[in-house]
Design a protein around this ligand. Structure first.
Ligand code: MEV
Length: 439
């Protein structure tokens, strides 16, 4: 049952303080939480406890993506990103997807992979047999060191042994400990687990353990988002919706076959996913690493998405990718702004957060390839760029849009022109005032 709608018509036109008030009401934020969003976020003293050699903090814009309907529930999505257009684009795409019933998402169990590298193994076959025969014992040993996660229903799920007979340093055995980290991203838990079982692995294999570390290719911890966009809502700039759907399918095919295009295509997906990762205090480098490694899983780097015209002529979209994010531990519970972002999202599990991010990535991609396949990306970018130029020229809130529109119309988005227009408009305002007073 949807109680609150994430449709926020006209939100982008409101002054910042009114937007903030609207979100505060929506998410029932208290004064302290609103103050955090207004800039009283991470303090230098907290930063000092988070990293070494801290000097202070580094700010990024935080915005809200609207219109998201995921599995029948409305979400407002906090995104931290410096790039103009990202928020507008993703909210636009979410609105199109909403017209087709929104996103449908699912995830696997949150199983991470911990790797143990074993070298100098005297007998590779015997070592593999010994490991397999002692799988239960190794899993119990792994569980013994993270009682917290085990109590919450997580823990070791299995062992895999992967021989690499021919490497630059000779034969190597790689052991995968599969470990369910529940609502944690789990890097610490999994690293502790592999470090703790490494001596047992040495004993069982007769080899020497070198690295013990999680893999960021978390292909046991995957999320999927799907959607169908009715063709009619895709119509734009005089192009019929069915044709736009076909152009989007073609754009996706380009990224499937060509790694040069796939890199940019997937970068656009990560524009959205990273922004939610950052806003919620998650490790976006881990998610990036997983996404790109997964995109190359078949030996050639390719698109993470599938977009095609379905049997009814509508646009079907789907994306599956590794998504190792958490809602406990790490910066999610330390960074004040991340805590507020989590409250706005109102998620109950890491899987729910992962699925939201996947939906955001899919929507971000739809927005990008729809723009690329129709007007070209610069059209929208230029409108936002023009606003920034108008602001930089000193335009007041009231005049920014008028000046930006003129700059775009004239195809001359330069600060000098913005200053000229500003002077013109200001002198017109003064004239109106004088005439008004004289009457
Ligand atoms: C820009 O940050 C992202 C895009 O280049 C993505 C794409 O090309 O699909 C617009």
């Amino acid at each position: 049952m949807t109680e609150k709608s994430s449709r926020l018509p006209g939100f982008y036109k409101l002054p910042l303080v009114e937007r903030l008030a609207q979100i505060a009401k929506w998410a029932e934020l208290d004064d302290e939480e609103v103050a955090i969003l207004r800039g009283r976020g991470l303090q230098a003293s907290q930063a000092d406890l988070m990293i070494e050699n801290a000097l202070g903090t580094y700010e990024l814009p935080l915005g809200i993506a609207a219109n998201f309907l995921i599995n029948g529930r409305d979400y407002l999505i906090p995104m931290a990103v410096e790039e103009p257009s990202v928020l507008a684009a993703v909210s636009h795409a979410a609105k199109l997807i909403r017209a087709g019933g929104g996103f449908h998402t699912e995830s696997t169990e949150p199983v991470m992979i911990g790797q143990i590298q074993v070298l100098d193994v005297p007998d590779m076959v015997a070592a593999q047999q010994a490991l397999t025969a002692n799988e239960e014992m190794l899993m119990e040993a792994a569980n013994a060191c993270s009682q917290n996660i085990v109590r919450r229903g997580g823990g070791a799920r299995g062992l895999e042994v992967r021989p690499f007979p021919d490497t630059p340093v000779g034969p190597m055995l790689v052991i995968h400990l599969l470990y369910d980290t529940r609502d944690a991203m789990g890097a610490n838990a999994i690293n502790t687990a592999v470090e703790s079982i490494a001596p047992l692995v040495e004993k069982l294999t007769g080899g020497r353990v070198n690295l013990r570390i999680l893999s960021n290719l978390t292909d046991r911890r995957m999320s999927t988002a799907r959607c169908t966009v009715p063709a009619e809502v895709l119509a734009c700039h005089g192009i019929p919706g069915t044709q736009v759907a076909r152009l989007i399918e073609e754009a996706n095919a380009f990224a499937i076959v060509d790694p040069y295009r796939a890199a940019t295509h997937n970068k656009g997906i990560m524009n959205g996913i990273d922004a939610v990762c950052i806003a919620t205090g998650n490790d976006w480098r881990a998610v990036e690493a997983g996404a790109h490694a997964y995109a190359a899983r078949n030996g050639r780097y390719s698109a993470l998405t599938d977009w095609h015209v379905d049997a009814n002529g509508n646009l079907y979209g789907e994306m599956t990718l590794p998504m190792a994010v958490g809602i406990v531990g790490g910066a999610t519970k330390v960074h004040p702004t991340a805590k507020v972002a989590m409250k706005i999202l109102g998620v109950k599990t890491a899987a729910e957060l992962a699925e939201i991010m996947t939906a955001v990535g899919l929507a971000q991609n739809l927005a990008a390839i729809k723009a690329l396949a129709t007007t070209g990306i610069q059209h929208g970018h230029m409108r936002l760029h023009a606003r920034q130029v108008a602001l930089a020229a000193g335009a007041s809130e009231e005049l920014v849009q008028t000046i930006a529109d003129r700059l775009v119309e004239e195809g001359n988005i330069r600060i000098n022109r913005a200053r000229e227009l500003l002077a013109e408009l200001q002198s017109q305002q003064t004239a109106v005032l004088i005439n008004g007073n004289g009457r």
